[in-house]
Design a protein around this ligand. Structure first.
Ligand code: HEC
Ligand code: HEC
Length: 241
């Protein structure tokens, strides 16, 4: 446990040789890109029944960055994972492992997951975690105005896939957005719009392409205010991390 935390620290600081560099797979920049192609370890992992107990063990190393609660960090460096659909988790991890979504920080750790069973286990564990209520939101004197502006855009063009409360769609691999950090959302949207998140969904790219930076700020402000009833953590009486 302590060893894995130390290893993450050393690796992030570039002090330890992290193994072979991530592979690179043709993504949305290529002509033959097909979003969510049903191939590789992903289909195997999706068919398997995940085991929470084994998943908790496999998650130990992940917690060093994403925190043991799965809350990630409000500064947006590490996304909140708790409560995410198993389908989305498996797809994103398989994409990172295959070099379809670039994530040099996480790659060495994603690469240590051994097989489709471990992908299924760790995803099952993460999906079962409650979504923390304290996360990074838009902070500014104009927050109310930004949220209102973002709501209008969201309901027009994003709700159809990401849901009224940011619940996504498990069967369709649409991610949960509720409880996600403002800064992470803004970074992802900017990368998706600009073609840098190479595993993006082309239908979403079409929608978000014409958005200005100001519109992305507003829509991230709104999304980070969403709450998914029944999935959020209960406010704790005592103090426990
Ligand atoms: C060294 C830090 C680090 C470790 C350890 C780490 N991750 Fe990550 N992870 C990241 C970063 C950074 C991102 C976001 C990258 C980006 O901005 O695209 C991320 C993104 C993800 C995503 C995509 C989330 C989304 O909303 O699309 C998933 C899923 C994920 N990590 C799961 C895991 C799991 C499971 C483990 C353990 C096996 C793990 N991570 C270990 C740094 C880490
Ligand atoms: C056609 C359905 C669809 C529409 C419409 C859509 N999205 Fe998405 N969105 C997706 C899918 C699918 C993904 C995950 C892509 C992948 O597989 O990596 C995604 C990913 C995201 C992410 C990254 C989440 C994460 O955890 O990394 C954000 C943020 C997002 N969408 C915001 C929006 C916003 C804002 C709009 C409206 C302007 C929108 N989406 C419209 C389907 C859609």
């Amino acid at each position: 446990m302590k060893l894995s935390v130390l290893l993450v620290g050393l690796l992030s600081a570039g002090l330890v040789f992290a193994g072979p560099p991530a592979p690179k797979k043709e993504g949305i920049e290529g002509k033959n890109y097909q979003w969510n192609a049903q191939e590789g370890e992903k289909i195997e992992a999706l068919k398997l029944k995940g085991d929470k107990g084994r998943g908790e063990e496999a998650y130990e190393v992940c917690g060093a960055c994403h925190l043991p609660s799965g809350a990630g960090r409000p500064d947006g460096t590490f996304p909140q994972l708790a409560g995410q659909h198993t389908t989305v988790l498996i797809k994103q991890m398989a994409d990172i492992r295959a070099g379809l979504r670039d994530n040099p920080t996480m790659y060495p750790f994603a690469a240590t997951l051994t097989d489709p069973q471990e992908l299924a286990d760790v995803s099952k564990y993460i999906e079962g975690l409650c979504i923390p209520i304290e996360h990074g939101k838009y902070e500014g004197p104009d927050a109310a105005m930004q949220v209102a502006k973002g709501k209008e855009l969201y309901e027009k063009q994003c709700l159809e896939c990401h849901g009224k409360n940011g619940e996504g769609n498990k069967e369709k691999f649409y991610p949960v957005i509720a409880g996600q950090h403002y800064k992470y959302l803004l970074r992802q949207m900017t990368e998706i719009r600009d073609g840098h998140r190479r595993n993006a969904n082309p239908d979403m790219v079409k929608v978000i392409k014409p958005y200005t930076n100001d519109q992305l700020i507003a829509i991230s402000a709104y999304q980070s205010s969403l709450v998914m009833p029944g999935s959020m953590c209960k406010p704790k009486a005592g103090k426990k991390k």
